[in-house]
Ligand binder design. Structure first.
Ligand code: DHB
Ligand code: FE
Length: 284
């Protein structure tokens, strides 16, 4: 059977992708951000999964106000990096895992979560920046990501967005789906977005480091209680875009009920307009 071995949580700030693509990683400003991922790159090389289930949000790139799926699972064989207005990022095409993705869709939909099935989609910074942070720039002669990726897009852009509680329970259903897949795959689940940030309005630039750090503490130690936090608290305390953090609860809900091992924890302000948060949790 397939199993979830670990979960990874990280911000997905688009400027991080630009810093990588434009060769600015050694500038002092960015060094402080990328320094937090040095261990993570080594860890991923030593703990290479067969598949990554990557929870992220599309930022009006593949979807728009014309079509707003709450939860969308990618069942395609591959996904192109999206053009978000300045050309696609120069990163490899993302290879999918249609068989496992279809199995998860079957299982999770039968468990009463209505997923949108996506057979064609470009993937934006929400998905490619976490891959870059964890994998680094793939070499020219092996220009590919280390393993297949199943994109799982969550609407956190247009209200109504799903509650933390629903996200946590969805994670549990995803765990059950993966654990019933009849092939011994090592699967990691990644939750991306956050941490506190607000990109528009009078409070643009808001960062709440105290709230963010408490979120990390609670995500590790009491995720089910954390999942009860209502939207209004995210918006009030972590800014309008802080709501991206509900996606971390999907990854956390997919982990074992036993306490995880904390392999890595990193927090840094600022990166672009956000606080960068990052965790690696292994299943005991
Ligand atoms: C920024 C951060 C995000 O998570 C995002 O999706 C877009 C912009 C920012 O910090 O600028
Ligand atoms: Fe975002």
């Amino acid at each position: 059977m397939a199993r979830i071995t670990a979960s990874v949580y990280t911000s997905h700030v688009p400027a991080i992708g630009a810093a990588l693509d434009l060769g600015k990683t050694h500038e002092p400003y960015w060094q402080k951000v990328f320094g937090g991922y040095e261990y993570s790159k080594q860890w991923l090389q030593a703990n290479r999964p067969d598949v990554i289930f990557l929870v992220y949000n599309d930022h009006a790139t593949a979807f728009s106000l014309d079509l707003i799926p709450t939860f969308a699972i990618g069942t395609a064989a591959q996904y192109q990096p999206a053009d978000e207005g300045w050309g696609p990022r120069p990163v490899p095409v993302v290879k999918g895992h249609p068989e496992l993705a279809s199995h998860i869709a079957q299982s999770v939909i039968q468990d009463d979560f209505d997923l949108t099935i996506v057979n064609r989609m470009d993937v934006d910074h929400g998905l490619t920046v976490p891959l870059s942070l964890m994998c680094g720039q793939p070499p020219r002669d092996r220009f590919e990501w280390p393993c297949p990726v199943i994109p799982f897009a969550v609407n956190v852009v247009q209200y109504p967005v799903p509650s933390g509680r629903r996200c946590f329970n969805l994670g549990r259903a995803i765990r059950k789906a993966i654990e019933s897949y009849d092939e011994p795959l090592n699967v990691q689940i990644w939750g991306t977005g956050g941490m506190s940030h607000q990109l528009q309005g009078p409070r643009a630039g808001l960062i709440n480091a105290e709230w963010d750090k408490r979120f990390l503490d609670r995500l590790i130690a009491e995720p089910e209680q954390l999942a009860q936090v209502p939207h209004i608290e995210y918006v009030r305390e972590a800014g309008s875009e802080g709501i991206e953090l509900v996606m971390w609860l999907i990854a956390r809900g997919a982990m074992s009920d036993r306490p995880p091992t904390v392999k890595h924890r990193f927090y840094h302000v600022p990166a672009s307009n956000t606080a960068v948060g990052h965790l690696i949790l292994e299943n005991a």
